[in-house]
Design a protein around this ligand. Structure first.
Ligand SMILES: [Zn+2]
Length: 183
């Protein structure tokens, strides 16, 4: 099982990078005016309105996706961007949330795009979902993984329910393709 608590050091699939590159940047205010439907296409950082800093954050995460950069690298580049802009840095917890949430979503979006490829559908017809398995897992995430350790990819309603959970802030759950049903 993947350890999502450590820094991200592996390269996500190319689809994850494409997905992230397509994300757009909006201020929190602009975001509020958008419907929930677009939530997963928007890059925003709570409390961060400055365009240059938002771009620095987006770029930092894209770099991490492309070259396997770590949370430490991301924090360093963000501290430099904030200092260059003459702005107080975001606290480390906030930066970690931004990093973890965006990379997690990019990874899961990439895994979904790959998993729905017809050849993969045939060989691995089920989705599996797992939590990070520690004391910080939220009840809703725990319940979904317990109730649905695997489900057929053809069950779009359940996949949508899974998407909604994976898109939550700070979610560390992973979903991946698997050959056999469990439970
Ligand atoms: Zn989760």
């Amino acid at each position: 099982m993947l350890d999502l608590n450590s820094d991200w050091v592996r390269l996500p699939p190319a689809e994850a990078i494409d997905w992230f590159a397509r994300k757009m940047r909006f201020s929190t205010e602009q975001l509020q005016s958008l419907t929930k439907l677009y939530d997963d296409q928007v890059f925003t950082v709570a409390g961060l309105e400055d365009d240059r800093l938002l771009e620095a954050a987006r770029q930092g995460i894209e770099d991490a996706l492309k070259s396997g950069g770590t949370l430490t690298d991301f924090k360093k580049s963000m501290d430099a961007a904030f200092s260059a802009a003459g702005v107080d840095p975001l606290d480390p917890w906030h930066l970690e949330t931004v990093f973890r949430t965006n990379l997690g979503q990019a990874y899961n979006a990439g895994a979904k795009a790959q998993g729905l490829d017809p050849a993969v559908m045939e060989a691995l017809p089920f989705w599996a979902q797992q939590t990070a398995g520690d004391g910080e897992v939220r009840p809703e995430h725990e319940r979904f993984a317990l109730d649905h350790p695997t489900w057929p990819k053809t069950d779009e309603a359940l996949t949508a329910e899974s998407d909604a959970i994976l898109n939550k802030i700070n979610c560390r759950c992973i979903r991946f393709s698997t050959a056999t049903a469990e439970g």
